[in-house]
Design a protein around this ligand. Structure first.
Ligand code: PHE
Length: 337
């Protein structure tokens, strides 16, 4: 009997070690420990043994049972750790799952594309705070407290003169307070206005500001830089038009139109039959702005411009509703990979 027990132990241990999957282990458990298993059978024979051998062999058999059980569990754990188990539950010939790839938001893409054109012209990117004071948002930019243009810009006040900036122009002032000309900067960022949300308005949108200052910066430089930008971004065929305009912080000021690239200037629904699309505001930096940052306006000249990112993206990609940018609908966003 003892020999049988030992032989069975050796055999079981070999078979368990070479079992390849959990199905094979289940079969082995049944073969040895099942109700009609080999160990169970031996246990049944104990009753027929002479009484003095019963305790010793009973102990041996129980030990064998425990060993086999332990070996089965150990092998099971070993298999669970090994990739071979995959084939137990997965069909490895099926195609895999492709994790959905993210993409840049169309506004981020637009900002990146615009900035990279200006980087190519030697501009550097600067950022500023979205929470501003009246001084930076208005006063230093020559927008007096009672100036009517303050209405259109008027914004969300927080408290103690703090407010959400209504344009990126305050960063002009912050930058010039600490830096000396000559320089060329662009400033991308979020701005806030108390506008009701509709297809072309939002209480939050993005602007890209530009500021160039130096010894001898002229309106010709302004025209040149913006024309290069527009042809780069909208295509070589794009025509550029400067229309006189008014901004408190630039003098003279202009609005810039690009020939409608949908109809080629003939007039369509996108350009409102005008053939031109207004895309940015610009002008020569007003002497009062230079004075506010302690520059000498007799010596320093410069130009500034500001454009709305949403509007440019809408024109470029033929998007007819600004709200689409903020709804996070994958079907919309996916188109801008
Ligand atoms: N800050 C102006 C706006 O928000 C745009 C602008 C910037 C105009 C710089 C001229 C110069 O409308």
């Amino acid at each position: 009997m003892l020999d049988k027990i030992n032989a069975l132990g050796a055999e079981a241990s070999n078979e368990i070690k070479s079992a390849g999957d959990s199905k094979a282990l289940d079969d082995l458990r049944i073969r040895y420990l099942g109700r009609k298993g080999l160990v169970t059978e031996l246990l049944g024979q104990i009753a027929t043994l002479p009484p003095e051998e019963k305790p010793r062999l009973g102990k041996e058999l129980n030990a064998l049972k425990a060993n086999i059980d332990g070996a089965l569990k150990e092998r099971q754990a070993e298999l669970a750790r090994s990739p071979v188990m995959l084939k137990d539950f997965a069909d490895l010939t099926l195609p895999g799952f492709r994790p959905p790839a993210g993409s840049r938001h169309p506004l981020t893409k637009t900002i990146d594309d615009i900035c990279s054109i200006f980087l190519g012209m030697g501009f550097k990117i600067v950022e500023g705070p979205e929470i501003e004071t009246e001084f930076y948002n208005f006063e230093a930019l020559n927008i007096a407290l009672d100036h009517p243009s303050r209405d259109a810009f008027d914004t969300f006040y927080i408290k103690n003169q703090y407010m959400l900036r209504s344009h990126t122009s305050p960063v002009q002032v912050r930058f010039m307070e600490t830096e000396k000309p000559p320089f060329k900067i662009i400033v991308p960022g979020k701005v806030y206005r108390p506008d009701a949300v509709d297809a072309s308005h939002s209480f939050m949108f993005h602007q890209i500001e530009g500021l160039v200052a130096g010894d001898d910066v002229t309106f010709a430089d302004l025209k040149g830089a913006l024309s290069v930008f527009i042809k780069n971004y909208f295509g070589e065929d794009a025509k550029v038009r400067f229309r006189p305009h008014y901004f408190p912080f630039t003098e003279p000021s202009a609005e810039v139109d690009v020939s409608c690239f949908i109809c080629g200037g003939k007039g369509c629904s996108v350009c409102g039959k005008k053939g031109w699309l207004e895309i940015l505001g610009c002008g020569m930096v007003h002497p009062n702005v230079f004075k506010a940052v302690k520059y000498n306006p007799e010596k320093v000249t410069g130009f500034a411009f500001g454009m709305g990112v949403e509007r440019i993206a809408m024109l470029k990609y033929g998007i007819n509703d600004m709200r689409l940018f903020f709804e996070n609908d994958m079907r919309f966003l996916e188109q801008f990979r």
